[in-house]
Design a protein around this ligand. Sequence first.
Ligand SMILES: [Mg+2]
Length: 192
Amino acid sequence: MKCGAVFFDRDGTINKEVGYLADLDQLVLYPEAARAIRTVNESGMKAVVVTNQSGVARGYFDEAFVLTVHRRMAELLLADGARIDGFYYCPHHPDEGLGEYRKDCFCRKPKPGMLFAAARDMSIDLKRSYMVGDMMKDVEAAENAGARGILVKTGYGGGRVSSTAKPVYVASDILDAVMWIMGNERREHTDR
Ligand SMILES: [Mg+2]
């Protein structure tokens, strides 16, 4: 049986937005992140990170560094009892960088490729899933995947750019977003 998931953007949603995170010392998790992700774990939904990392295409850091950041993030969260079920990243950019990384890929948000890949890998029902992020392209990626998008006001979320996408909720931070999702899940399941 397929399960629902909460997809999380990384920078500006789980950890502080620092521009291009290119040094492990810049990885600082928001204090609410572990509790938010733990709450998703306890609900039986998957918790999945989906992040655009065009810093790879731009030559600011390599893919090994992205994996190092994700390993550290997983350790920090696990120390607080929170588990990430999968990390997905897009190293491409359509018109920056060189070689194989410069391409119009299907994974870079707002495209839904990473959500589709995770859905395949983990038997996720995207219609029962949510994407939480600090940019409208996160909300657009949710809609393009048939999931629901929630905008957080942390990171770049304070300065909202216009978009035709419609977040189902605008949250103050990752924990507010997850609490809203849990309430919404209860509402939908009692309505049936
Ligand atoms: Mg972000």
